[in-house]
Design a protein around this ligand. Sequence first.
Ligand SMILES: Cc1cc2nc3c(=O)[nH]c(=O)nc-3n(C[C@H](O)[C@H](O)[C@H](O)COP(=O)(O)OP(=O)(O)OC[C@H]3O[C@@H](n4cnc5c(N)ncnc54)[C@H](O)[C@@H]3O)c2cc1C
Length: 408
Amino acid sequence: MADAVDVVIAGGGPAGATLAILLGRAGLRVDVFEARRFPREKPCGEGIMPAGVAVLERLGLRDAVGGRALAAVRYHGFGLTAESPFSPDGRAQALGQRRLRLDDTLLHTARTTPGVRVFEEAPVEGAAIANGRAVGLRVGGELRRGALVVGADGLDSPVRRSLGLDGRARGPARVGVRMHFRLATGRTIGRGDRLEIFIGRGYELYAAPLPDGELLLAALGDHGALAGGARAALDRWIAAEPVLREALDGAMPLTAPAGRAPVTRRARAGFAPGAVLLGDAASATDPLTAGGIAHALVTAEHLAAAVPGYLTGGDARLAQFDRARRRLLRAHERLTRALVFVVRHPTLAHATLLGMRAAPFVMRRLVAIAAGVAIQPPAIVASSSAPALAISSATDQNATLSRRAGSP
Ligand SMILES: Cc1cc2nc3c(=O)[nH]c(=O)nc-3n(C[C@H](O)[C@H](O)[C@H](O)COP(=O)(O)OP(=O)(O)OC[C@H]3O[C@@H](n4cnc5c(N)ncnc54)[C@H](O)[C@@H]3O)c2cc1C
């Protein structure tokens, strides 16, 4: 059996890697087990909302991640367009960046953070449970002990399942698919600094400008929307959208369509004795509002701030974190559910676009919720000028760990 560490994390995506970086910088010992070898692709719309960009800045990784700065979102549908900046003052910026790059930058940073060990090609089978309490992860038939077990293993989370926390998603089962293109020389979509969203009958298309003349195109639709093949569906929908058709004229496909169904999932609860879920493993909302990456980053910050309290005070701190997380994401989730309803009813979608044009201040408010501009970092991060979390020392933490986990 391997030595116990403070925190064992299943999954090295944005949620798991960010948490590992923050905990390692705070002096804790962290093991991350990731099923894949990085860099790896992850089907996604690749728009990082401003709340997520703010976390990258606080981590000191904004430049390393790179990406294309996006200042606004523009909706197209039924012959209408409506546009809004991400924040009413126009200062908030989103980013368009390949997951290949974002996720690799985060996991690489975790790997090089003292105290953090990253094991790739190490699929986790589930949480190990003793006397009703998670005591570690099961990896390749071995028990990897940690005083806290974190399931950041994505939408299908084996950790969530092993903890008996699988729940049902709210709303319709939808499918999502994405593809990358290199635009022909001199072409952009619109001004090249907006997320462009096209609402059609039975689909939505998301075009995110990326660095180096690349474009990410993602599509969402109801179950069955991709029947007949993802590429054929994308071609049909592109052909129906003149602005997109023009931007993609002469473009070279860079990746094959990749996607997933369903795109939503929700845990019954976000924690269990000795364990907590993070990112999509806890709650994957419909990607329509492009919040998943930002929420993974923001909630990783909040969990990192809660871990010292957990190590000294126990599960009550996890319950508190879970409640705070729900409050933090509530407005966004409600907005997303409402918009999923709207886009599935063309008459309503048309009326909504008309309304947004007539009342731009309402649209600005809704876009600001989607962008998460009001989301605050945990107090401990907000009050620290250093990039690292100012939480208690490694010596204190390790002493606590030895008491709690009975490490050999
Ligand atoms: C079609 C689509 C479009 C989207 N568009 C956007 C968008 O534009 N903007 C946005 O913010 N969000 C978008 N999202 C959502 C976003 O992709 C997720 O919310 C985000 O990836 C969540 O991060 P995570 O770290 O929780 O999970 P993931 O990114 O899924 O990372 C989980 C990691 O766990 C690993 N893993 C899985 N199983 C195991 C195991 N058994 N053992 C060890 N490791 C394991 C995986 O390999 C992966 O690296 C979209 C999603 C879809 C499906």
